[in-house]
Design a protein around this ligand. Structure first.
Ligand code: GLN
Length: 473
């Protein structure tokens, strides 16, 4: 039996090429793990086990991949099983965004990232669970029930891409795609002991990603190692004419080489002692790798979370307004148009989604627009500027990815407590910067700890090289 849990994309790729393994065998092993554990862990909402006229089953994709490899036309991803977050469109497949509202929505086209994966010959194995419309930090907000952390099923896998992270840890896929609006790739990666990366805004097309907050959303990879995450990133990044904001990273990429790491110490409050200790150890490793450590003052960082919780809900309320039971989404009949809207939206959206729609509508409403939304944008610009200035002095900014390790189900019932999980991750989205969460050992309870490196715009590729430096390789 193939040990998928400990197999990297790199290693599997080599084995496939040498003929020591076939994609059919690899995918079958993942399907076996899904069969065994999915009912309990609730990771996959749908496994692609049957072919339809519009889409090939995982095993049929694997057969085609094996042929391609045999003919010497494989890429680094050919035959590699990848799980897809339920907010990324795939032709002929449901894409529910973890919501009842879109329970029966079937996509009519492939997201840009899916086109790229298909072209590379990756095997798309199924769609995985998530917080409703990507709102959450624990995957407890899914309309299809919470995902359990495979490392400790009494705990959350993080969110909102909890299903993506869990699928890789549980050996159900070798890599996964998630989306990150305020930390939803990096935070679950940290809770599950994986590498998770949020690219520079616009370097990965958002075409075919169900929008949560369009000025913050980015698709990115989950994998066991930085090398694996880079393989996925290299495949999905690129210019796309369907996303007018998309950029060609190849032309813009930069490689920071000052050999200085910035540490915003004042900002590291409320972090678990064990994580802080791990952070200090990471700084020591960086020193050994030849980096100087510099304390940086970033007085605007503390406003990241409040600014995020104004701009994000504002965009959420706008993006989700089309889901009204008339144009899109679940429909409940009523006596008047207003009644249809009210009944459909009440039945289709869960409590967290409704909370954010209300919050967003409020901050955008006449009379409050200037006081909240406009002001938040001014502070967002100051946060961007502050990062730009700091990156004149340092290569990367280091913080823990999260203030705690994976928490127990129901532990963060107060929404504000939940929001605080993202204290270190939201600033990268507000400033459009690339950031990576790298596994950094475990706590005394054996729970993974993640360290986050944020880089300047377009330094994406260099972020994947840090893990090796930390290991002294
Ligand atoms: N946890 C954050 C939120 O609930 C981030 C979500 C995300 O990145 N999609 O908004």
């Amino acid at each position: 039996m193939i040990d998928v849990k400990n197999l990297t994309i790199e290693k599997a790729g080599e084995m496939l090429k040498k003929g020591e393994l076939t994609s059919v065998e690899l995918v079958s092993a993942c399907l076996e793990n899904i069969k065994e554990k999915n009912q309990d862990l609730n990771i996959f909402l749908e496994v692609f086990d049957t072919s339809t006229p519009l889409s090939a089953s995982a095993l049929d994709q694997a057969k085609i991949a094996d042929e391609r490899i045999k003919n010497g036309q494989g890429t680094k991803l050919t035959g590699i099983p990848i799980a897809i977050k339920d907010n990324i469109l795939m032709t002929g497949k449901k894409t529910s965004s973890g919501s009842k509202m879109l329970e029966n929505y079937v996509a009519t086209y492939d997201a840009f990232v899916i086109q790229k994966l298909k072209k590379a010959g990756a095997v798309i194995i199924g769609r995985v669970n998530m917080d409703e419309f990507a709102m959450g930090s624990s995957t407890e907000n899914s309309a299809y029930g919470p995902v359990k952390n495979p490392l400790d099923p009494s705990r959350v896998p993080g969110g909102s891409s909890g299903g993506s992270a869990a699928s890789v840890v549980a050996g159900m896929a070798l890599g996964a795609l998630g989306s990150d609006t305020g930390g939803s790739i990096r935070q679950p990666a940290s809770f599950c002991g994986l590498v998770g990366m949020k690219p520079t805004y616009d370097t990965v097309s958002r075409s075919g990603l169900t929008a949560m907050s369009s000025s913050l959303d980015q698709i990115g990879p989950f994998a066991k190692t930085s090398e694996d995450a880079k393989i996925i990133f290299d495949c999905i990044a690129g210019l796309d004419e369907m996303d007018s904001t998309s950029l060609d990273l190849a032309k813009l990429k930069i490689k920071p080489n000052k050999k200085v790491i910035g540490v915003p110490r004042d900002f590291l409050q409320g972090v678990d002692a064990e994580i802080l200790q791990n952070f200090e150890n990471t700084l020591e490793k960086l020193k050994k790798a030849g980096y100087a450590i510099k304390d940086v003052s970033m007085p605007h960082l503390k406003y990241s979370l409040p600014v995020y919780y104004i701009i994000m809900p504002a965009e959420v309320s706008t993006n989700l307004s089309r889901l009204d039971g008339v144009r899109y989404g679940l429909r409940k009949d009523g006596e008047s148009v207003f009644d249809v809207l009210k009944k459909s939206r009440s039945a289709g959206f869960g409590p967290e989604t409704r909370r954010r729609i209300i919050l967003g509508t409020y901050v955008l409403s006449h009379g409050y627009f200037d006081a909240y939304y406009n002001k938040a944008w001014k502070v967002r610009r100051a946060i961007m500027q502050e990062h730009e200035d700091i990156f004149k002095e340092v290569d990367y900014i280091l913080t823990p990815t999260t203030p705690t390790t994976a928490f127990k189900f129901g532990e963060k019932k107060d929404p504000v407590q939940m929001y605080l999980s993202d204290i270190f991750t939201v600033s990268a989205n507000l400033a459009g910067l690339p950031a990576i969460s790298i596994p950094s050992g475990t706590s005394s309870l054996g729970l993974p700890i993640g360290m986050q490196f944020t880089g300047p715009l377009f330094s994406d590729e260099s972020l994947f090289a840090i893990e090796k430096k930390l290991k002294g390789e």
